[in-house]
Design a protein around this ligand. Structure first.
Ligand code: UT7
Length: 328
C-alpha cells in the first residue's frame, strides 16, 4: 500500500504585467527588476476572478490527468493567504464546484510554504487512514489583491496563479511519493513578512485602508538572508534522511521568490543550475501556488518520469520553511 501523485494541474491568468508596465506605475526599471529578482513579467487575475476560480481550474486539470471525478475526492486542502473569504473556506467553495459531497475541506495558511505543508498533512492523513483514497491539494493565490501597487519594494515581486496535486492511496508495495520531509516555523520573525490589517488584530477601518495596511509588507533583505540557509538546511536534511545524494536528484523545485535565492540554494546544495527548475521570469512570486505550478510544468513537459527523485523546498511568511523529497 502506498501513496502516489496521480495528477497535477496548474493555471495562470491571461493578463500579463511586464516590467515595462511597472516602470509606468512606480519608480523602477526593467534592469533593476531583472537583475535583483530574475522576474520579467507576472500574471494578474481579472477583477472578477477569485482564488477559488484559479484553484478550480488547476484542480480540474489534475483530476483530468488522473481520470478521477470530483465526486471521488475524500478531501480538498487549499494552501493560500488570499482566500476568497475569511470564511467559508476556499476548500468548501471548491467542494461545491467539484461536486464532492464526501470530501472534508479546509484551507491551510503557511504563506509560501503552504503547498509543502499541505502535501505533508495530506500524505500523513492518507497513510494513517486509508479510507482517504483521493486528496486534492491546491496552492492558489490572488496576490495582486494584497499588493500595494505604490510600493516598489514589493509590487514588482508578486503574481497570481494556482497549482494542484492529486494524491492517491494505491494498493502496491512501492514506497510512497514522499520519501522524507523537514518542515519548520519560527514565529519570532512574524513581523518581517506580513499583511498587517484585515484580521482581528487590526480589523478593516478607514485608517487601515488609507495607510495601505491591507497589503504585503516585507523586510526584503532580512527575508533573503534567512531564506537561503533555511531552504538549504531543510533540503540537506531530507536528502540525508532518505539516503539520496544531491547528484541523484532529477530536479530541485524551489519556491520561486527570487532568482538569486534559487541560484544560491542550488550552489550550496551543489546541484547544477540546469537541474533546478525556474519559471520566476514569467510568473514572479505566486506564494503557495509557485511550487504547484512548477511541478505541473515539469510533469507535463516530460522533465521528470515515474521513479525520479524531486526535491521541493520553500520559505515564506510566518516564518515557515521546509523541504520534501518526492519519488515521482
Ligand atoms: O516569498 C517569500 C519569501 N520572499 C523572499 O524570500 C524575498 C526575499 N527578498 C528579496 O528577494 C530581495 O531582498 C528584494 C528583491 C525584495 C530586494 O532586493 P535587494 O537586493 O535585497 O535590495 P534592497 O531591498 O537592499 O534595496 C536595494 C536598493 C534600495 O535603494 P537604496 O536604499 O540602496 O538607495 C531600494 O530602495 O534598491 C531599491 N529598490 C528598488 N529600486 C528600483 C527597491 N525596490 C526597487 C525597485 N526598483 N523595484
Amino acid at each position: 500500500m502506498s501513496i502516489r501523485i496521480a495528477g497535477t494541474g496548474s493555471y495562470v491568468p491571461d493578463k500579463v504585467l511586464t516590467n515595462a508596465d511597472l516602470e509606468k506605475m512606480v519608480e523602477t526599471s526593467d534592469e533593476w527588476i531583472r537583475t535583483r529578482t530574475g522576474i520579467q513579467e507576472r500574471r494578474i487575475a481579472a477583477p472578477d476572478q477569485a482564488t477559488s476560480d484559479m484553484a478550480y481550474i488547476a484542480g480540474s486539470r489534475a483530476l483530468e490527468m488522473a481520470g478521477v471525478k470530483g465526486e471521488e475526492l475524500s478531501a480538498i486542502i487549499v494552501a493560500t493567504i488570499t482566500p476568497d473569504h475569511v470564511f467559508p473556506g476556499t476548500g468548501c467553495l471548491l467542494q461545491k464546484r467539484f461536486g464532492a459531497p464526501g470530501a472534508f475541506c479546509f484551507d491551510l495558511e503557511a504563506a509560501c510554504s503552504g503547498l509543502l505543508y499541505s502535501l505533508e498533512v495530506a500524505y500523513s492523513l492518507m497513510r494513517v487512514n486509508r479510507k482517504y483514497k483521493y486528496v486534492l491539494v491546491c496552492g492558489a493565490e490572488k496576490l495582486s489583491c494584497i499588493t500595494d501597487w505604490t510600493d516598489r519594494n514589493t509590487c514588482v515581486l508578486f503574481g497570481d496563479g494556482a497549482g494542484a496535486v492529486l494524491l492517491e492511496n494505491v494498493d502496491d508495495d512501492q514506497p510512497g511519493c514522499v520519501l522524507a520531509s523537514d518542515l519548520h516555523a519560527d514565529g519570532n520573525y512574524g513581523d518581517i513578512l506580513l499583511m498587517p490589517a484585515g484580521g482581528s488584530r487590526m480589523p478593516a477601518s478607514e485608517e487601515s485602508v488609507r495607510e495601505r495596511m491591507h497589503s504585503i509588507r516585507m523586510a526584503g533583505k532580512e527575508t533573503f538572508k534567512l531564506a537561503v540557509p533555511s531552504m538549504v538546511s531543510a533540503s540537506r536534511k531530507v536528502l540525508e534522511e532518505a539516503g539520496v545524494a544531491p547528484s541523484e536528484v532529477k530536479l530541485v523545485i524551489p519556491h520561486q521568490a527570487n532568482q538569486r535565492i534559487i541560484h544560491a540554494v542550488a550552489q550550496r546544495l551543489d546541484v547544477p543550475e540546469e537541474r533546478v527548475y525556474e519559471n520566476i521570469s514569467h510568473y514572479g512570486n505566486t506564494s503557495a501556488a509557485s511550487i504547484g505550478i512548477c511541478l505541473d510544468e515539469v510533469v507535463r513537459n516530460g522533465l521528470i518520469e515515474r521513479g525520479d527523485y524531486v526535491l521541493l523546498t520553500a520559505f515564506g511568511g510566518g516564518l515557515t520553511w521546509g523541504a520534501l523529497l518526492l519519488k515521482y
